[in-house]
Design a protein around this ligand. Structure first.
Ligand code: VGL
Ligand code: ZN
Length: 238
């Protein structure tokens, strides 16, 4: 009798162990392959603590991004790279303040503090990023009269950065997007990635948002509607 009870207890423990290990396996269920690329968006000093457009808790993405990047052979980083006096800067629109919006020929534009001016320390990538295998750094927003949140297409909706052609030429089909800020450059990049036909994942805990005028909730809603998959860094096997 005692033996039988011990036997059943043992079976229970085995069942629990099997269950736990399958949950652990399920937790890191996505394995990046040669057709996968990680896009690291705008992890630049201006968007980090002390920067002119600091994103709340932005520094917390760096360690998460460094960790998941270990699983990717293909990594592209982006840099917001504005001219001095760029049209997206509130400072060039008399009477306007940062975070107000204006209408421009290509649509609504949120106005920002001056940020990521070409060649400035603020525009430099975070020195704490550790992704030596990154194969391409793509700069965007360098046309003075057009913004470019997206790494693919400028805000005029037509000028390409060449990124989609680059990725396709290299056989990439699945994109994982991380960085700053969730509701602007990450979201616009993910939406354009879907338009360009890529399977697209946004790694939520590897991003932080600005969240002005409801922008963060709207970005997640727009991304869900476009078929962008929302995942956590723990879902990716490294
Ligand atoms: C960004 C606002 C202005 C971003 C860039 O990287 O999300 N946001 N420029
Ligand atoms: Zn910008």
């Amino acid at each position: 009798m005692l033996d039988r009870r011990r036997f059943l207890a043992g079976l229970g423990a085995t069942a629990i162990a099997a269950c736990v290990s399958s949950r652990l396996r399920a937790a890191a269920s996505i394995k990046p392959d040669d057709a996968s690329a990680l896009l690291v968006i705008d992890v630049q000093n201006c968007f980090l603590p002390g920067g002119s457009l600091a994103v709340k808790d932005g520094e917390q993405v760096v360690a998460v991004i460094n960790k998941i990047a270990r699983g990717f052979a293909n990594v592209v980083m982006t840099q917001d790279w504005h001219t001095a006096g760029h049209i997206s800067f509130a400072s060039v629109h008399p009477g306007k303040k940062p975070f107000e919006t204006i209408d421009l020929p290509y649509g609504k534009q949120v106005l920002w503090p001056d940020h990521c001016v070409q060649g400035s320390d603020g525009a430099a990538l975070s020195k704490d990023l550790s992704i030596p295998q990154a194969g391409l750094i793509i700069r965007k927003g360098f046309h003075k009269d057009v913004d470019s949140y997206s790494a693919f297409t400028e805000a005029d909706g037509k000028t390409t950065t060449g990124l989609a052609a680059y990725l396709k030429a290299r056989g990439v089909k699945r994109l994982f997007v991380a960085g700053l800020a969730t509701d602007f450059c990450v979201a616009w990049t993910a939406l354009d990635a879907r338009k360009a036909g890529f399977e697209t994942y946004v790694v939520e805990d590897a991003c932080r948002g600005i969240d002005t005028q409801g922008s963060l909730a709207k970005a997640w809603a727009d991304m869900a509607k476009a078929g962008v998959k929302r995942i956590q860094s723990a879902d990716i096997a490294v």
